[in-house]
Design a protein around this ligand. Structure first.
Ligand SMILES: N[C@@H](CCC(=O)N[C@@H](CS)C(=O)NCC(=O)O)C(=O)O
Length: 398
């Protein structure tokens, strides 16, 4: 199995075109060709050196191939070693066209299936350089392709049979989150993924599949979601997923504060939001369902179970009071941390069940602040179409 590494010169405002010279790729009237050399930082040279050392093959889009083929075979001086390495490399060109590929060791690939095939073949690792369309097509195929895994779940067997593109033996797909866009604990796992721009595929649970026959039903200790699949590793519990992401897929958002004292605070608040805000909110919701342990199974009760509702609402008011008091003399860790991930969905839905009133002004402000965060706002929007499923209708706000 060969590893594919994608490399590109990309400006901070997202331009991946003609880094090397004014005539390289003026497509679309682009006038900034050669921008890279104007801002060249020698600090990048060791990275480039290690990327292009040793033996490798190249995977290129047609446009980048043409640009390379017009320059590299003729390069001299300092560029001669690179010219020789590029000549030697197999150059796989992802193209739908039939134009001749005259540079030595060039091979035409018709689509992502061909990429998966060459990836599975023995040979050198492969570098994609630039080639923004090629890179985009592979990323899209990677997002669309289900993850192959050792699973006895018939549902997963079916999705594996449908797999296409580089995932067939290519094993390009890494993270997969199973959940539902309307589920508060799924938001808790989505917020860190969105905040860090982590690449993942979303597998939406199908409410029509009996709980313990579904994938999440089989792999989670109580059949719930979210569940994160990271290669061969299955991670359950939203907090566990965030801890896993912090260790294995870190990004700019400080999911677990680096200061151990702050981390301890974050973990304490995570428990408070889960147990006493989410927990009591879920208790009220569960009181509306015939089977509180399997809300999808029996539908809504004719009469919601009033004592449970009263107990859940009282628990919420108590938790709001505790949090208001805590916020009076303490500061939250910076967003987006474990606390953000737990607090945002908890306060969003709890407020629908038992409104957070102006008697808790800090908590009202915190809810508004959380809902304004882009990863949280995205969850709110993703969930909007499902609001009619909220027992007896969602309030007309947020
Ligand atoms: N402790 C779990 C709670 C997960 C949970 O309550 N998930 C809900 C969705 S928000 C669920 O799976 N509900 C369906 C069911 O219980 O059958 C976690 O932190 O992940």
């Amino acid at each position: 199995m060969r590893k594919i590494t994608a490399a590109a010169f990309l400006s901070l405002d997202g331009v991946m075109q003609a880094p090397g010279g004014p005539t390289e790729d003026p497509q679309g009237g682009f006038e900034e060709g050669g921008w890279m050399f104007k801002i060249w930082d020698p600090g990048i040279e060791p990275t480039l050196g290690s990327l292009f050392s040793g033996e490798y093959d190249l995977l290129l889009g047609r446009r980048t191939y043409d640009i390379f083929a017009a320059y590299w075979p003729y390069a001299e001086g300092d560029n001669k070693p690179m010219s020789e390495a590029f000549d030697r490399a197999n150059k796989y060109v992802l193209t739908r066209g039939d134009q001749p590929l005259e540079w030595q060791n060039s091979h035409r690939l018709r689509g992502v299936e061909d990429v998966a095939r060459i990836k599975a073949e023995p040979g050198s690792d492969i570098i994609i350089q630039g080639s923004r369309h090629c890179d985009r097509d592979l990323q899209a195929a990677r997002r669309a392709a289900p993850l192959p895994r050792r699973s006895t779940d018939p549902g997963h067997q079916r999705s594996r049979d449908r797999a296409s593109g580089p995932d067939r033996g290519g094993n390009l797909v890494m993270l997969e989150l199973h959940g539902h866009p309307f589920s508060s604990f799924t938001w808790k796992a989505l917020i860190p993924l969105y905040a860090n721009g982590t690449d993942f595929t979303f597998q939406q649970v199908d409410p029509s599949v009996p709980k313990f026959e579904s994938f999440t039903g089989k792999v989670h200790p109580s059949g719930q979601f979210p569940v994160l699949v990271d290669g061969e590793t299955i991670v359950v519990e939203a907090t566990g997923i965030i801890e896993h992401l912090a260790v294995h897929h870190p990004g700019p958002a400080p999911l677990i504060p680096p200061d151990p004292a702050q981390a301890a605070v974050a973990r304490m608040l995570d428990r408070v939001f889960d147990n006493y805000v989410m927990g009591n909110m879920q208790r009220v919701i569960a009181a509306h369902f015939v089977d509180k342990d399997d809300p999808g199974a029996g539908g809504l009760r004719d009469e919601p179970f009033a004592p449970e509702i009263a107990a859940g609402k009282a628990g919420l008011r108590r938790a709001y009071g505790w949090l208001e008091n805590w916020l009076g003399s303490n500061a939250l860790p910076p967003h987006v941390s474990l606390v953000t991930c737990a607090a945002a969905p908890a306060l969003f839905y709890a407020d629908w069940v038992e409104p957070v009133t102006q008697s808790c002004p800090r908590l009202v402000a915190l809810r508004a602040e959380l809902l304004a965060l882009p990863p949280v706002a995205r969850c709110v929007e993703d969930a909007r179409p499902y609001r009619p499923f909220f027992p007896y209708g969602a309030p007309n706000r947020d």
